[in-house]
Design a protein around this ligand. Structure first.
Ligand code: GSH
Length: 215
């Protein structure tokens, strides 16, 4: 099994984390997206990574890949068993893909001014929504988003927080101190061996992203 991925790509990280948590052996092929025309055949029809190659067939889009992995390798389970709970998990993955992630990248790509201020407010609103609707309703001793075990919702969001130093330093948005559940969840995630295997230091991210996002 092969994962075509890119360095610093949060979507690729989602799949690396799911594969590691499923304890699956896979070849990680890293392509340089700055030279993406050279790698055309490896990319998705949208010209993107990640792409999973399994049994000589390609699977595209990080959320689809992770659901495929869950179906093909059901153990350990990364989605809840109950259909309602699965729907809740899929809601959060959708929220991440359609609200949180666009707000995060639009803020990073913004130029100084009123629009940036609005994008900053939007991202903060999403962080508060995660705290209030996603993490606060959990039982106090539940470590992960939806259960006592790690799951696809945790992996959908974490890669953006892994590199959150970029919005903190270059766009002045940090996870507010009062979002205690979100902070607690982040702490738990950072202790996972699969997460530690892909983590880099805050200083590393700041240095790397400076050339893209410093005004
Ligand atoms: N919705 C896609 C997003 C993947 C994505 O945007 N990947 C980036 C790298 S982080 C990419 O391939 N960008 C190339 C491009 O859009 O030209 C997913 O979840 O897999």
């Amino acid at each position: 099994m092969k994962l075509i991925a890119a360095e610093y790509c949060p979507f690729s990280l989602r799949c690396v984390l799911a594969l590691r948590e499923k304890r699956k052996r896979f070849e990680l092929v890293t392509v340089d997206m700055a030279e993406k025309t050279q790698f055309g055949e490896l990319l998705s029809p949208y010209g993107r990574v990640p792409v999973l190659e399994h049994k000589e067939r390609p699977i595209y889009e990080s959320s689809v890949i992770n659901e495929y992995l869950e179906e093909v390798f059901p153990e350990p389970a990364l989605l809840p068993e109950d259909p309602y709970d699965r729907a809740v998990a899929r809601f959060w993955i959708d929220f991440c893909n359609t609200r949180f992630m666009p707000a995060y990248f639009n803020l990073l790509k913004s130029t100084p001014g009123k629009k940036r201020d609005a994008l900053r407010a939007e991202l903060l609103e999403h962080l508060t929504f995660i705290e209030d609707q996603g993490l606060s309703p959990r039982p106090a001793d539940q470590p992960f988003w939806l259960s006592n075990g790690i799951g696809l919702v945790d992996f959908a969001f974490y890669p953006f927080f892994e590199r959150f130093a970029d919005v903190e330093v270059f766009r002045n948005v940090k996870v507010p101190d009062q979002l205690t559940q979100l902070r607690k969840w982040l702490k738990t995630m950072r202790c996972l061996p699969s997460v530690q295997s892909i983590s880099r230091s805050r200083a590393h991210y700041i240095e790397y992203f400076r050339k893209f996002y410093a005004d």
